[in-house]
Design a protein around this ligand. Sequence first.
Ligand code: IDP
Ligand code: MG
Length: 161
Amino acid sequence: METCLNPAWTGINERTFLAIKPDGYQRRLVGEIIRRFERKGFRLVAMKMMQASEGLLKEHYIALQNRPFYDRLVKYMSSGPVIAMVWQGLHVVKTARVMLGETNPADSSPGTIRGDFCVDVSRNVIHGSDSKESAQREISLWFQPDELVCWQDSAESWVYE
Ligand code: IDP
Ligand code: MG
């Protein structure tokens, strides 16, 4: 059993895929965004800075291929560095979406990332998987299995009962 997976409580092994988008990167929001997930108590298991190819992004956003903004979305997402990450913890998929805010920053509450740091739906600074199934698909699309780091989390007994 990998040391990063708890055999007794599989709920805390849930993982999600987050990516700081090129606007978040250019606007120097990387530290601020990572800080929020660290302080929440989630566990970072993979992270890389990269400029993603249009091919990868077309696959990532395949469900949106018939939307009018799809081509512009792929261009925007491939226009500069992104920070691709995998985070782990109890209900991390749902909680990360709450921490991101709504797709449109105008609908996002203050205190959320999109509510605090952006105004335009097409420049909304961060991506987060919308379900456990899409998280699995996106993690395997962006990361090789050996890029996920298994480490003994000494804070685990302070974050979970
Ligand atoms: P999500 O990122 O909150 O899951 P999705 O509906 O999956 O939202 O859309 C993916 C991304 O496409 C959004 O984060 C945003 O960057 C972009 N997008 C969504 N709707 C629009 C739109 O109406 N105009 C332009 N870009 C959009
Ligand atoms: Mg989505």
